[in-house]
Design a binder for this molecule. Structure first.
Ligand SMILES: *Cc1c(COP(=O)(O)O)cnc(C)c1O
Length: 352
């Protein structure tokens, strides 16, 4: 089996080694050290100050999205949500469920987010913007500088779901004016699914989280942050994935975040060049290095997906809903080698 999906992804040998070990009990000083080292390294990799706060939540990325929306905002707030696909829609659903007033900037699957979209909301008051900086369902990477300037000018907080962009595209939490960022284990970290992390700057914590009445227990950010002061979590964490995260962050820092991003970029560019002769199209908007969306104007995306799966046990990322017949996505994160793409392109040629 070969997976070109964007989570889970092909894991590195070192992660498979870490995963094969017996798990220890976790209410110990030794385990607290592990968690605190994860926090320190995460702050460095995300490029944020040590005064920031970190919550390590056992749950997939959506759990962290839910923790942030439900614990940071309420009926008194109004949010501006960038809804460019199924992950933007998830933020919309969370606002609806928790009854937080919001406006949404809704995009078609092939529509580029521009300053004009934002200008339409210029005169309204908002407490914050929610955005998936890489909308994984379409492959669009939004312009963080544009979003950040808009939020700064209007005194809005900026909440970024960077789950499918972290370690693939350049990201500077503090310099880019991001107040709260969400990441998760199974995308470019290339680990098992099940652990997600929320990092917020001190002012976001003080203004939006600290004094809020408790709204939920398992996802309570205050409980997580309070426990994290001593390197612990309120409940049993996914202990094994914590060890995977620590190992991967050590590797990332040793190798250099920029180097990792450049390598992923090179894989994405190489693949995009390879498919040019195939008469397929790629959207015009800015793409993340995480994946390449391939658009089938002839509606044959699903057929290609099924052919690769059934004949070769190769999994590209299919799309859901209206896009199922239109788009497949090919990931560039995880332990991917050039020859995997050479092979994939050969097999795509067969079915095309
Ligand atoms: C993968 C992903 C998530 C998390 O989805 P889960 O299914 O909960 O893991 C959230 N946002 C984005 C942009 C993603 O790519």
């Amino acid at each position: 089996m070969r997976i070109f999906t964007v989570g889970p992804v092909e894991m590195f040998e070192r992660t498979l080694d870490v995963r094969s070990k017996q798990l220890p009990y976790f209410r110990t000083d030794e385990f607290s050290e592990v968690m605190l080292e994860i926090q320190t390294r995460l702050f460095r990799v995300l490029k944020t100050k040590e005064s920031s706060k970190c919550a390590i939540i056992t749950g997939s990325g959506s759990a962290a999205m839910e923790a942030v929306v439900s614990n940071s905002f309420d009926k008194q707030d109004k949010l501006l949500v960038i809804n460019g696909g199924s992950f933007g829609h998830r933020f919309v659903q969370l606002c609806e469920i928790y009854q937080i007033p919001f406006d949404e900037v809704k995009l078609n699957y092939d529509e580029t987010l521009t300053q004009e979209h934002l200008d339409a909301y210029q005169n309204n008051e908002y407490s914050a913007m929610l955005v998936n900086i890489h909308e994984t369902s379409t492959g669009q990477l939004y312009d963080i500088k544009m979003l950040s300037a808009f939020c700064k000018a209007k005194g809005m907080k900026l909440v970024v779901d960077a789950i499918s962009s972290f370690l693939s595209d350049p990201f500077h939490m503090d310099d880019d004016g991001v107040d709260c960022v969400i990441i998760s284990s199974q995308k470019a970290l290339s680990l098992a699914p099940g652990l997600s992390m929320v990092v917020m700057n001190e002012s976001f914590y003080l203004d939006n989280v600290k004094d809020k009445p408790i709204i939920n227990l398992y996802l309570s950010l205050n409980e997580h942050i309070k426990n994290m002061e001593r390197g612990q979590t309120p409940n049993t964490p996914a202990v094994g994935i914590c060890f995977e995260v620590l190992d991967m962050l050590r590797y990332v820092e040793e190798k250099g975040v920029d180097t990792i991003i450049e390598e992923t970029h090179a894989k994405a560019i190489r693949f995009r060049e390879m498919i040019k002769p195939l008469d397929l199209s790629v959207p015009a908007f800015t793409l993340s290095n995480t994946l390449t969306p391939i658009v089938f104007e002839n509606g044959k995306a699903r057929i290609v997906y099924e052919y690769l799966r059934d004949k070769y046990d190769i999994f590209v990322t299919p799309s859901g809903g209206d896009l199922a017949t239109k788009i497949i996505r090919v990931g560039h994160i995880g332990n991917m080698k050039d020859e995997y793409y050479d092979d994939l392109v050969e097999k795509m040629k067969e079915v095309l």
